[in-house]
Design a protein around this ligand. Structure first.
Ligand SMILES: [Zn+2]
Length: 424
């Protein structure tokens, strides 16, 4: 396969990518008059090619259940958790698989090829986990999926969670989760983090915590996560998701915290769509934005990326898993709409997420890497975000797995008709 006439991030001019046996064999300057000895040629028409989007945080088990058995009327995380606990009682493998596969198809159409999903394992039957393990296998040619054994109801505060995590790992989970701010007491929260680390290190697994997803400025479990990561020299395998309480920490404490985060080498996964909805619900006015300090963390050299978290479920009632929606919201909420900031921000849904998920080899448009890439309908990152441009092609292992034909509109003014294409 040959992909000609494309732009590349951080480069000027146009390029041609040659793919042989699923591998990127050559990247060269595009020559308009060149005739290729290959009948599989895609004309990129000057659009931007980049590595596939990475979804670092999504719940495949809860998605597409909004309104079942009831809607979240307060809009808070804790009401959402209560609704999910009721919905969880009626889970079947078929139900979980059908919903997950629907969402996966949306992701594939929108340029996602790598995913980390949190699956609630505080269920003695492990129904959702077994379902997602099966789907992971069935979809493996299209999506590379990591499963976090996520103890939604806590580790210390729920009977038997430790054994359930271990069972989940033995069945095939890739990472150990935690939710320290949901445990009954601060001490239980600290103990839960330590237990997660013990299990992950023993079984050689990654860690990803739901960490401080609350507007309580006293919720400081991220320091415990980072300290454990540092002590065990394990930071590159550890992520703290959400970390919204950091929004409310005082600056003196945050300054001290940033040093620890920096030396610990952990990643932060923010979920701006969902947290702008869930947080600030107990505030009157002014209302906090409920997102971690993205710009400041990045400026301090700490790895940050953005995830979707939820699609049409008790925590967030909209969405299709489109990473540009996530990025758009995050950049607005964090006031990062400067030209250079927008251009650089695509790292937050590509390379930074890949790094958080430890996808460090074979990701990126480089000679020798597997030919996994997307071609987005726009000339550069700023252009793409401004118009929320679709993915024209998603290519995995040298094969097209999604092709979107951008839509056009006709307008009728003064007796004429004109075709308007927002996507070009
Ligand atoms: Zn989550």
């Amino acid at each position: 396969m040959i992909i000609k006439n494309i732009s590349l991030r951080n480069n000027t001019g146009l390029f041609t990518i040659h793919i042989v046996d699923h591998i990127i064999s050559k990247i060269e300057k595009f020559k308009a008059d060149e005739i290729y000895d290959d009948n599989d040629v895609i004309d990129g028409e000057g659009n931007l090619a980049m590595p596939p989007y990475v979804e670092p945080h999504i719940h495949y088990d809860t998605l597409l259940t909004a309104g079942e058995p009831r809607w979240n009327t307060s809009g808070t995380l804790f009401e959402g958790i209560g609704i999910w606990l009721d919905r969880k009682k009626s889970l079947t493998k078929k139900d979980v698989k059908e919903r997950a596969i629907t969402a996966m198809k949306w992701q594939i159409a929108q340029g996602v090829q790598f995913v980390r999903t949190h699956i609630d394992i505080t269920d003695h039957k492990l129904t959702a986990l077994e379902a997602i393990l099966e789907v992971k296998e069935e979809m493996s040619n299209y999506l590379e999926i990591q499963i976090v054994a996520f103890p939604q109801e806590g580790i210390v505060s729920f009977n038997g969670t430790e054994n359930l995590i271990i069972k989940a790992i033995e069945l095939g989970a890739d990472a150990v989760g935690g939710i320290p701010h949901f445990e009954f007491t601060r001490e239980d929260g600290v103990e839960s983090v330590k237990k997660s680390f013990e299990i992950a290190i023993k079984y050689d697994k990654m860690l990803d915590f739901h960490c401080d997803e609350i507007d309580d400025e006293q919720s400081r479990f991220i320091e415990v996560v980072a300290a454990e990561a540092h002590k065990n020299n394990y930071g590159k395998f550890v992520s703290a998701s959400h970390a919204t309480a950091m929004h409310s920490y005082n600056n003196a404490y945050t300054s001290k915290l940033f040093r620890l985060l920096s030396i610990s080498d952990i990643s932060i996964i923010a979920n701006p769509l969902v947290n702008i909805n869930l947080q600030g619900r107990f505030d009157t006015f002014p209302k906090r934005r409920g997102i971690t300090r993205v710009k400041e963390l990045l400026d301090s050299g700490i790895n940050v990326c953005f995830g979707t978290d939820d699609i049409f479920d008790p925590f967030y009632s909209l969405g299709t898993g489109n990473m540009l929606n996530v990025l758009n919201m995050g950049l607005h909420v964090c006031q990062m709409l400067g030209y250079e900031q927008v251009k650089k921000s695509f790292d937050l849904i590509t390379t930074n997420s890949a790094s958080a998920l430890n996808i460090t080899k074979d990701y990126g448009l480089e000679v020798g890497n597997t030919a996994n890439l997307i071609i987005v309908s726009g000339k550069d990152e700023f252009d793409i975000l401004r118009r929320m441009a679709p993915i024209e092609y998603s290519i995995r292992k040298g094969k097209v797995i999604a092709h979107t034909i951008p839509s056009v509109s006709k307008i009728f003014i003064n007796g004429t008709n004109e075709v308007i294409n927002f996507n070009k």
